[in-house]
Design a binder for this molecule. Structure first.
Ligand code: SDX
Length: 434
């Protein structure tokens, strides 16, 4: 690391804080000694200027619209690789050779089945439960079934827990969907690839033969690659914070799923499709653009804007092309939602408000249209995001656990509440109900 320092004067005392350089991206000011030496905390709600960790996994340049997994551009991985290879890359740091990819794929296939008791667990839910509620609960419940992969200090158990999660989350997601629609569960078929197996578990029925559409399988595989990891986003930071206490890997991933569910994060794909359906036709777009710009209106353009990207989200551009290929495969030449989305994008990208605030389409803007075209209901969109992101969460969790400097995460606060005051007996308290 460089010997550069940043000088900070607090209460007449000057501190020299170390400036640390990474291999790419902004350098950081190490404020570790700040409280001890100045009695002050830093203050950064939403962590807009805060690096929470060092990581070698994913790099984002928000101004240039760059996304790299272990140094490889997302465009090249999406174009030339596949999701299983991306899982290996995120977990191990390098692309697998042919033998390594074959071995990894075989290991993942060996863990596709869930404990048979799990199906009873699902039957405890209302049929109309949102699939994300089932996923949050089921991931946490995995720690009740797989006791031989809970010890986070044992690297072999960490590996087995990682393989189980990558392998079983598609089975769990498909079961959540089947339960939601009242159809029988379909067991995994290890003769199929990762995505083909998932599509079959979702859309096959016991009474008919099911053939995977290769265009759909390739589209979903690419969508999973696009969603696999994204630096220290809210759900990944949740997984890291949960893991910093030593919680078991299944509980940590369950916490990540819970955070991803929010409409400002992974729930945006579901919210975006509902927004496009609400807009309905191109002539209604100006009304919604005006609402998005009105500070007194809580409405926001879902699928637009990003904390880091102040340029086009590279994933959104790829997603738009996947949209076109899936709609073409379906013989759909005029999808009203896709046309509204394309028009909305064009108008927003030329509107002063969006240009000034650097609001561009993000990964969620087109994903809902593709997923709907693939046959998934909107309630499954964030489940698919969680399925893909689980490998990123696991890779980041492992990196944190294996970091020798790792310690429990415990932020402080700026306290603005009451100063110390004495207890008031009941008959001395004001009778007025405030
Ligand atoms: C994901 O972090 C990640 O990496 C996330 C993710 C991943 O892969 O993990 O990329 C996945 O979560 C993508 C984002 C999906 N969410 C949405 O599409 C929901 C709609 N977008 C917004 O809620 C918002 O843009 C966020 C949450 C994504 C980002 O919010 P920030 O960074 O906190 O920015 P902000 O809310 O402070 O907005 C800055 C300004 C504000 O105006 P001012 O108060 O400065 O006047 O831009 C405005 C906002 O009002 N603004 C929008 C807007 N997003 C921001 N105005 C209208 N429509 C929008 N969508």
């Amino acid at each position: 690391m460089s010997e550069k320092t940043a000088n900070l004067a607090v209460n007449g005392k000057t501190m020299n804080l170390a400036v640390l350089d990474g291999t790419m991206g902004p350098s950081v000011i190490d404020v570790t000694p700040l409280y001890k030496e100045s009695g002050h905390f830093t203050y950064d709600p939403g962590f807009t200027s805060t690096a929470s960790c060092q990581s070698k996994i994913t790099f984002i340049d928000g101004d240039k619209g760059v996304l790299l997994y272990r140094g490889y551009p997302i465009e090249e991985l999406a174009e030339q690789g596949d999701f299983i290879e991306t899982c290996y890359l995120l977990l191990n740091g390098e692309l697998p050779n042919r033998a390594q990819k074959q071995e990894f794929s075989s290991i993942i296939k060996m863990h596709t089945m869930l404990h048979e008791q799990f199906s009873r667990f699902f039957h405890g839910f209302h049929r109309n439960s949102h699939p994300m509620s089932i996923m949050v609960a089921s991931l946490g419940a995995m720690s009740a079934f797989y006791h031989d992969s809970l010890d986070i200090t044992d690297d072999r158990q960490r590996d087995i827990a990682s393989f189980r999660l990558i392998s079983k989350i598609p089975t769990m997601a498909a079961m959540a969907y089947k339960y939601h629609i009242g159809e029988p569960f379909i067991y995994p078929d290890n003769n199929l690839g990762y995505v083909e197996n998932f599509l079959k578990m979702c859309f096959a029925v016991p009474c008919e033969e099911y053939k995977v559409n290769p265009v759909f399988a390739h589209a979903l595989d690419t969508i999973f690659t696009l969603h696999a990891d994204h630096e220290q986003n809210a759900s990944t930071s949740t997984v890291r914070l949960a893991g910093s206490s030593g919680a078991n890997p299944f509980a940590c991933i369950a916490a990540g799923v819970a955070c991803l569910w929010g409409p400002a994060h992974g729930g945006a794909n579901e919210a975006c499709l509902k927004m496009l359906e609400q807009i309905g036709t191109k002539d209604h777009i100006p009304e919604y653009i005006a609402r998005a710009k009105d500070h007194n209106d809580p409405f926001r353009l879902m699928g637009f804007g990003h904390r880091v990207y102040k340029n086009y989200d590279p994933r959104a551009r790829i997603m738009q092309n996947i949209c076109k290929s899936v709609l073409a495969e379906l013989g759909v030449h005029h999808d009203p939602l896709f046309e509204v989305a394309m028009e909305l994008e064009q108008i927003a990208l030329t509107d002063e408000y969006f240009i000034e605030k650097k609001l561009y389409p993000n990964v969620d803007f087109y994903s809902g249209i593709v997923l709907k075209a693939l046959g998934f209901p909107t309630s499954m969109f964030t489940v698919l995001f969680a399925l893909a992101r689980s490998v990123g969460w696991i890779a980041q969790w492992k990196e944190m656990i294996e970091d020798p400097q790792q310690k429990i995460g415990r932020p402080r606060q700026l306290y603005t509440g009451h100063t110390k005051r004495s207890y008031v007996l009941m008959d001395k308290r004001s009778r007025a109900i405030s």
